[in-house]
Design a binder for this molecule. Structure first.
Ligand SMILES: Nc1ncnc2c1ncn2[C@@H]1O[C@H](COP(=O)(O)O)[C@@H](OP(=O)(O)O)[C@H]1O
Ligand SMILES: [Mg+2]
Ligand SMILES: [Mg+2]
Ligand SMILES: [Mg+2]
Length: 335
């Protein structure tokens, strides 16, 4: 079998593994400490430390690579944030030769590219920061995009359980290379042979197990409950944070993941999806927007030509899309 993108995959796995170690250590100690960004969304020292270590790991193996990541060091460069920056540097010492504060800022800013080029990585250093702060699910999502197509993905979910075969150990990494399938291995057992993952075989819409965001501001809970009624389901959507939703869909524990727009003026960010989308597609599933169009990762930092996301095991896709459309609601301008 061809080993295409093998070096990129190994670098991606190494990077998300190191970042997971930092995130776990911070999550164990954190007590709601966060800064609010200009859009009032939260960011923690772990988001920054994760972005720093992943960008530095990619650049160590691939010095010319462009990286489109969620965070940037602008706020940290102001004197006001220096205690925050000192803590980030402290966290990095656990996994890397002690960097200086200046190096740390530069590593974070390796992620400032705005995409749209023929080859770039996209990174969400902590996806589901709100889940991370609640000590629930979160993910570290890294993907390589070449000519608009996601080619490599590493999605770490440090609080998601592995399977019985690995004693339900906490923490997994999903990986995928286009055309080569999706795999799963425990976060803490780097030397085991990864298992293949495959979406469910559920064919009956009324039996669909659905998952969605915990945050009703990120995906309309009201709309999804109307869709469940429309397909004759009596179950409720399971709510969890982050791209862990793509992971549970890929390994057949859910059949559908819906992200239904709440506001008209919001475009989904590429780093909120790229890693998870390739994992689901390579596990045999299907991902489109709510109009049935493929997600377009070639347009910069956002999926500006798409609205919402519908991800399924493939078998249910057309039926779920029809239900989404027949129960559609006009998103409001304000959440
Ligand atoms: N109005 C909105 N609609 C959809 N997604 C939104 C949103 N506002 C913020 N988000 C994104 O939702 C992500 C979390 O998704 P989920 O709710 O599935 O856990 C956030 O990622 P971060 O936590 O990385 O900032 C953020 O980028
Ligand atoms: Mg964020
Ligand atoms: Mg995110
Ligand atoms: Mg994030």
């Amino acid at each position: 079998m061809s080993q295409i993108y093998e070096a990129e995959l190994q670098t991606a796995i190494e990077a998300v593994r190191k970042a997971s170690q930092i995130c776990r250590s911070v999550q164990g100690r954190i007590d709601g400490e966060k800064m609010d960004k200009a859009d009032r969304s939260p960011v923690t020292i772990a988001d920054y430390a994760s972005q720093a270590i992943i960008c530095s790991t990619i650049r160590a193996s691939f010095p010319e690579e462009l990286i489109v990541a969620e965070e940037d060091a602008r706020d940290l460069r102001t004197g006001e944030c220096s205690p925050f920056l000192d803590q980030i540097v402290e966290e990095l010492k656990a996994v890397e030769e002690s960097p200086t504060a200046e190096q740390t800022l530069d590593w974070i800013d390796f992620g400032n590219h705005s995409g749209g080029t023929s080859r770039f990585w996209t990174l969400d250093p902590i996806d589901g920061t709100k889940g991370f702060l609640r000590k629930e699910q979160y993910a570290i999502s890294l993907a390589l995009i070449v000519d608009g197509e996601i080619q490599v993905a590493a999605l770490a979910c440090p609080n998601l359980r592995a399977t019985d075969a690995w004693d339900n150990a906490r923490g997994v990494i999903f990986t995928a290379v286009r055309g080569m399938g999706a795999r799963l291995c425990p976060l803490d057992l780097p030397d085991v042979t990864p298992h293949s993952v495959r979406v469910s075989g559920t064919r009956t819409a009324s039996a669909a197990r659905m998952c969605e965001s915990v945050e009703s501001g990120h995906s309309s809970h009201d709309w999804s409950s109307r869709i469940l009624s429309a397909i004759g389901s009596t179950s409720e959507a399971v709510r969890l944070d982050s791209q862990a939703k793509y992971g549970v869909l890929a390994r057949g524990e859910a059949d559908v993941y819906l992200r239904l727009p709440v506001r008209k003026d919001y475009s989904e960010k590429i780093w909120d999806h790229a890693g998870g989308v390739l994992v689901v597609e390579e596990a045999g599933g299907k991902v489109t927007d709510i109009d049935g169009n493929p997600l377009d990762f070639s347009l910069g930092t956002t999926l500006k030509s798409n609205r919402g996301v519908v991800a399924t095991n493939g078998l249910l896709h057309d039926g779920i899309l029809a239900a989404v459309q027949s129960s559609s609601e006009a998103p409001t301008a304000e959440a």
